[in-house]
Ligand binder design. Structure first.
Ligand SMILES: Nc1ncnc2c1ncn2[C@@H]1O[C@H](COP(=O)(O)OP(=O)(O)OP(=O)(O)O)[C@@H](O)[C@H]1O
Length: 697
């Protein structure tokens, strides 16, 4: 069953028109009060029964109906039954439609009521809005009033603000002026302050510049001396090269001559070849003749082979004799070493030599002490020094003669060459693999440095001798390498005299002992391989330069420190496989003057105390070695010097002490003290020295 709504008429045109007319009379809701369509639909839903479908003929009826009956009307007579039936159907439809419309009008009435109530509601709303409108208008009026009041207040505030701004600007201007003035005064102050600072900086900079300049000058002098050494070395090398070049040129000339001779020979040979080929024929015939002769001679060959055997035997005998002679020579060398050592031991492993230096030009004759040499001559061993004047209780003035005897005494007339002659045998011992220590002891200015390190002193002489001997030993199979260190013990600190002068008293060096190999090394020191005797001059100059840089006065530093020249000699005999290692220590001790006499204070006092301590430690070590107790304690560790020389003092070494004496009366006290100390050392006997050697497998 389909449903019919007001807005959806689906009837015939007549019915649609009727319904539309009816609907037009119903007031429609307007605006917000409109009834939703769905609601309307639900309220206006009517039950509709569709009309039964008319027969086709009936449907066309309205167009077939003739409004008037005329003659021309060709009307057929009605069929009553059909017509009636149709009318009845129509009436039914009509009535049903009327009832339906009635029902619709009820729905409409309900809708109208609804709309009415809605209209009332809207009117009420409108009244409320009107009332609201009124209130808003009043509020707007009051707001307008407030706005005008606010505008006035704003104007007043603006004028006030302008006034305040003006005042503020004025105040600001005044303050700015004040600040500017203050700034200018501060600026002036800063400028003057900066100028002062710049002045200070300039002064400081100049000072630093001066310091740097002096440092550079020092460095330059060092570099200059270094470069002089290098130049010397280079010169030597150049001379060597020149010699080599000359030798090569000689060789070349000889080779050229040889070539020329060869060429001549060649030409001659060619000529000979020509001759030979012509001779060949002759020879061939000769060969034949010779063959016949050989056959004849073979009978005498036995005799010849016997002569050959005789010659071979003679040659073998000669070779055996040579080997025997060589072996004898080696044995003799070993024997010489042994005997030499025995001689040295007989002389004592610790020996003391005394040397009195001559007076110098500037020293007055009146200030010369009375020193005598009772057994003066070639082999002088005694010295007698007239002591200072002593007044007895009776008032008589007397002088005591102090006599001393040593292994050898050298007077003022002796030269370094004489002194070296005596010690050269000890140097030989170092080459033979012994540890040798030569000390120079005495007060400042007594001639220690002159004896030890001057151009013809013990150090250069020893090195020259070592070179000469090493060379002569080459034919006996020995080759030697030599290494040198030059260190200084100053204030119980070790310094490397072959290093940089700037490192003196700054760089730390440590002494390391290899107890198994009885070897001493010093950390961080320069070791120079002495490959020529001239190198020693370089080393001595360098050490002297370093010392003079470190001290204000050149002599000052050398007087207050012990210098130790260490020369290690490593020998290897390629025939016997024997190896030996000896050390020669040449020690120039610091001035031995006593503390009470030196009148030292401050740094000097410290230096003097250190010197005295190390010298007395040296005495203690020698004394302890002299007691000769096996395994007895030797206080090597009590000073740097004795610790450094641990393996060169004592049983396995040979020691020579030079006591240096000044000839001046003013030094008499110190002279006697030195001689007494030397006598103590002289009375000490140190055990037998052992040679450091081993045979290679
Ligand atoms: N045998 C000598 N023949 C000539 N002059 C000598 C001799 N011994 C020393 N002199 C001179 O005496 C001066 C002092 O000697 P030297 O500098 O060797 O003394 P020193 O004991 O080493 O002093 P210091 O402890 O200050 O180093 C030097 O001018 C040196 O040349």
């Amino acid at each position: 069953m389909s449903k019919l709504s007001l807005s959806e008429p689906k009837d015939t045109p007549i019915e649609q028109a009727t319904l539309a007319n009816k609907a037009r009379k119903i007031p429609l809701p307007s605006g917000n009060t409109r009834v939703p369509l769905r609601q309307a639909k639900s309220t206006c839903q009517l039950t509709y029964t569709p009309p039964r479908r008319k027969p086709k003929s009936l449907q066309k009826t309205p167009s077939a109906i003739v409004p008037f009956l005329t003659k021309s009307s060709q009307l057929k007579a009605w069929e009553h039954d059909t017509r009636l039936q149709e009318l009845e159907t129509f009436a039914d439809t009509f009535f049903s439609k009327i009832s339906q419309v009635g029902q619709n009008s009820d729905v409409m009435k309900d809708a109208i009521n609804l709309y009415k109530s809605r209209v009332e509601e809207l009117e009420k709303n409108r009244d409320e809005i009107m009332a609201n409108n009124c209130t808003l208008r009043i509020e707007m009026e009051s707001m307008k009033n407030k706005l005008s009041t606010a505008e006035e207040a704003l104007k007043i505030a603006e004028t006030e603000h302008e006034i305040a701004t003006d005042e503020h600007e004025q105040r600001l201007r005044i303050e700015t002026d004040a600040v500017r003035e203050e700034g200018q005064t501060q600026l002036q102050n800063l400028i003057s302050q900066h100028q002062n600072e710049i002045e200070d900086l300039r002064r400081r900079h100049e000072r630093e510049l001066d310091n740097e300049r002096s440092t550079y000058q020092r460095e330059i002098s060092q570099v200059t001396s270094q470069s002089a050494l290098d130049t010397q070395k280079v010169h030597l090398e150049v001379a060597n090269r020149d010699r080599q070049i000359e030798a090569l040129q000689r060789d070349l000339r000889t080779a050229r001559d040889d070539i020329e001779a060869e060429k001549l020979k060649n030409r001659e040979l060619r000529r000979n070849l020509d001759t030979s080929s012509s001779n060949t024929l002759t020879l061939e015939s000769s060969v034949r003749a010779l063959k016949a002769r050989i056959e004849f001679l073979e009978s005498g060959s036995q005799e010849q082979s016997q002569a050959f055997e005789r010659l071979q035997k003679q040659l073998e005998d000669a070779l055996a004799e040579t080997n025997e002679a060589k072996e004898k020579l080696r044995k003799e060398e070993m024997l010489r070493r042994k005997l030499h050592n025995q001689v040295q031991e007989l002389k004592g492993n610790i020996r003391v030599f005394c040397r009195v230096r001559p007076t110098l030009n500037f020293e007055p004759e009146s200030d010369i002490a009375q020193i005598a040499f009772p057994d003066g001559g070639e082999d002088c061993k005694e010295i007698a020094v007239m002591g200072p004047e002593e007044r007895s209780s009776l008032g008589t003035v007397s002088r005591k003669q102090n006599a001393f005897s040593f292994d050898r005494v050298f007077g003022p007339g002796n030269q370094n060459a004489d002194v070296f002659e005596e010690i050269s045998q000890l140097v030989q011992s170092a080459l033979d693999g012994y540890n040798v220590c030569i000390f120079c002891y005495g007060q400042t200015g007594s001639g220690k440095t002159h004896t030890m390190s001057s151009a013809d002193g013990m150090i250069p002489r020893a090195v020259h001798q070592i070179y000469d001997t090493a060379k002569s030993l080459e034919e006996k199979g020995w080759t030697y390498t030599m290494e040198g260190n030059f260190v200084e013990v100053y204030n119980e600190n070790l310094n490397d005299l072959l290093g940089k002068a700037d490192d003196l008293d700054k760089k730390k060096h440590e002494i390391r002992h290899d107890m198994q190999r009885c070897k001493t090394t010093i950390t961080d020191v320069n070791t120079v391989t002495l490959d020529s005797p001239e190198m020693v001059e370089t080393i001595l100059k360098r050490a002297a330069a370093n010392r003079s840089v470190a001290a204000t006065k050149a002599n000052e530093r050398s007087s207050r420190s012990h210098s130790v020249f260490i020369l290690r000699l490593m020998g290897h005999n390629k025939i016997t496989g024997e190896r030996c290692e000896g050390t020669l220590n040449l020690v120039d001790l610091a001035g031995s003057e006593r503390l009470s006499h030196s009148g030292a204070t401050g740094d000097r006092l410290k230096e003097t105390q250190n010197i005295n301590r190390s010298l007395s430690c040296l005495g203690d070590v020698i004394g302890a070695l002299g007691t000769g107790k096996e395994g007895g304690h030797i206080p090597y560790r009590n000073s740097k010097l004795t610790y450094l020389l641990q393996f060169s003092l004592g049983g396995n070494s040979k020691t020579l002490m030079f006591v240096m004496v000044s000839p001046l009366q003013a030094h008499l006290g110190e002279t006697l003290t030195s001689l007494k100390f030397a006598t103590k050392v002289h009375n000490t006997h140190i055990g037998t020295a052992k040679r450091v050697s081993k045979i290679q497998n």
